[in-house]
Design a protein around this ligand. Structure first.
Ligand SMILES: C[S@@+](CC[C@H](N)C(=O)[O-])C[C@H]1O[C@@H](n2cnc3c(N)ncnc32)[C@H](O)[C@@H]1O
Length: 204
C-alpha cells in the first residue's frame, strides 16, 4: 500500500474514508518536519487517522521512511503547501484536530506576511474543522504566538481551552512533542502553547 497521497488524486475535494480506508476521525499536522509528533501520536492512537502535511520534500521523504519502518497504517503523508490543501481540498467539518507546531516564524517584520497562521488562513481552515474539534499551537517565538492568539481569539466559533508558557527549566527535553521543541528546550528557551476548540459549526 502506498502511504503517500497526491493532490492529483483528487478532483476538487477528497474523501477521508477513501484515503484511510476507514471512518476513524482525522487529525492533520501542518508542517510535520522530521515527524516526531506525527509518528508518536499515530503509534499511541491507532483508532485515529493522521495526515502529515509537509512542504519540504527532504522532510517529507524522511517521515515516509520512518512511518514505513514503523508499519503505521493510520498515517498518510502529503508533500504540499498546507494552506492550498486546506483551502482547495479538505471537506467541510471533516477534521477532528489540527496541530500547528513550531511553524516557520518569519521573524523580520517585512516577512510577517509569509506566516502561516493569519486571519485569512483561519478563515479557510475553521470551516474544515469538525464541531468540537481542536486547533493546537506551539511555538518558541513570542511575537508569532501573540499573532496566533489574536487571530484565534477573534473567531467567535473558537473557545480558548489553554494558553501556557512551558519553562525549559521545568521540563525534560526528551519528553518534547517535536524535534524543534526538543532543540529549543535544550537551548533553555521557553515554549508557548495554546489549544482552542471549535464550539459551533461554520461551513464555507
Ligand atoms: C520550524 S519547522 C517545525 C517542524 C516540526 N513541526 C517541529 O516542530 O519539529 C516548520 C516546518 O513546517 C514546514 N512548512 C512551512 N510552511 C508550510 C506549509 N505552508 N505547508 C506545509 N508545510 C510547511 C517546513 O517545511 C518545516 O518543515
Amino acid at each position: 500500500m502506498d502511504i503517500e497521497i497526491r493532490l492529483s488524486q483528487f478532483e476538487a475535494s477528497l474523501s477521508w474514508p477513501a484515503v484511510f480506508g476507514n471512518h476513524n476521525p482525522v487529525v492533520c499536522e501542518i508542517g510535520s518536519g522530521k515527524g516526531r509528533f506525527l509518528i508518536s501520536s499515530a503509534a499511541a492512537n491507532p483508532a485515529l487517522n493522521y495526515l502529515g502535511i509537509e512542504r519540504a520534500v527532504k522532510y517529507h521523504r524522511l517521515i515516509r521512511e520512518r512511518v514505513e519502518r514503523r508499519g503505521l497504517d493510520n498515517v498518510r503523508l502529503l508533500n504540499s503547501d498546507a494552506a492550498h490543501f486546506v483551502r482547495a481540498y479538505v471537506p467541510p467539518l471533516s477534521v477532528q484536530d489540527y496541530y500547528i507546531l513550531f511553524p516557520d516564524p518569519w521573524p523580520k517584520k517585512r516577512h510577517h506576511k509569509r506566516r502561516l497562521v493569519t486571519e485569512g488562513f483561519l478563515e479557510a481552515l475553521l470551516p474544515t474543522l469538525a464541531a468540537g474539534g481542536g486547533l493546537h499551537y506551539k511555538t518558541d517565538f513570542e511575537d508569532y504566538f501573540e499573532q496566533m492568539l489574536t487571530v484565534s481569539r477573534a473567531r467567535p466559533e473558537l473557545a480558548e481551552l489553554q494558553c501556557r508558557t512551558i519553562s525549559a527549566a521545568l521540563v525534560d527535553p526528551e519528553a518534547a512533542d517535536t524535534s524543534f521543541e526538543r532543540k529549543y528546550l535544550m537551548q533553555g528557551r521557553s515554549i508557548y502553547a495554546a489549544d482552542f476548540q471549535k464550539t459551533f459549526s461554520t461551513t464555507r
